[in-house]
Write a protein that binds this ligand. Sequence first.
Ligand code: ZN
Length: 67
Amino acid sequence: MSKKYKLVNACPQCGCSAVSHLSPEEIKKRFGEVPNVELECGECQAKYQKKMEEVCPEWDKECKMRQ
Ligand SMILES: [Zn+2]
């Protein structure tokens, strides 16, 4: 079983935050290998962009190490 990464999404509009745990496969499938990720708030449905290093510093680091 592959390692799970903790992603923290904090909505800039309503301030709520959501935590999800995703495997590397799920992260790649959902976001691709891009520095900016698109997120949607579960509370107010606002769409916003964040840097991967803010959402999941651990993944960002390992992602760079693999290049
Ligand atoms: Zn929100």
